[in-house]
Design a protein around this ligand. Sequence first.
Ligand code: CA
Ligand code: CA
Ligand code: CA
Length: 314
Amino acid sequence: MHAIRRSAKVCGCAAVISTILVCCPARAAIIVSDGFGDGDRDNNGLDSGASVTDSTDIGIPWLLTDGISAITFKAVDDSAGIGSANAMQLFNTGANNRPSVGHFAAQTLADGDQLILRFDLRLLSTTTAALVSTTADRAIRFGLYHDTNNDDGTVDHGSTGSLSVDDVGYNCRVDAAADVSNTTYMDVTRDDTATGTSIIQATTTGLSISSSNIADRLDDTTSRHFELSLTRSGTGLLVSLQEGAHAAITGTDAAPVGFVFDEVAIGVRSNAAMDTRWDNIQVEYVAAVPEPTTAAVVALGGMGLSLRRRRRTK
Ligand SMILES: [Ca+2]
Ligand SMILES: [Ca+2]
Ligand SMILES: [Ca+2]
């Protein structure tokens, strides 16, 4: 009789434990989702030449930062390219550059928390002289950043402004066209030059997170999918960047820029006139959860204790 009761209790325990195991999914939230269906890159009205394909797809405003280049920056129909109606065109037509940022509500990573940036990107002007030259090394740039002075505002910055100089983060760089100036085709660097030049430009700190896979290079006009993830581990950050189904490049930054992030930065390197399309931009926050095994062990301990207490009572 006791054996039957005990086995029933064991079954009960197993059911509770399996419930604990399945009832703790990672708490995830989409912070940003922008597919440019509203035809409006800066959310101040329809962009010239654009049309609305989904009025509920408002996303976040994308703003020009400092830089002297002429630039075309607007929502355009890219259904024949990336293939999901509108996309955002960033066409750096001059000899300099014009990095751009999209702000979101500040996210502070607690230990184990993860922030993911994902989007589709394609490069169009692979046949221009600028792109077939070696200047296309580390040409396309993007990353997750923090506007440390919280001074970026809500409208385009003037070309000679400096409101993004204080912004720090992780600068991903991808080669464009048939660049063979070195054997690194994609990398992630720490951009913490708060007193230096503009965002996602010039000096960055290498983190030994780089790809020697030539397939990571943007050497045609097809759409590529990218995912950058930052996961806090104690006082460090695990950094991972993956293009499509290629092997991810990963590493740990032991001296991170901090654990607060509130903007996506995109752009091209200086002196690289390039026409790009960006779409389906998402930022997701995934909060850490207790290890399922730990939760199960705690629960199991508690149940064992109650079983013993009951037996003693008898
Ligand atoms: Ca607009
Ligand atoms: Ca919009
Ligand atoms: Ca700033």
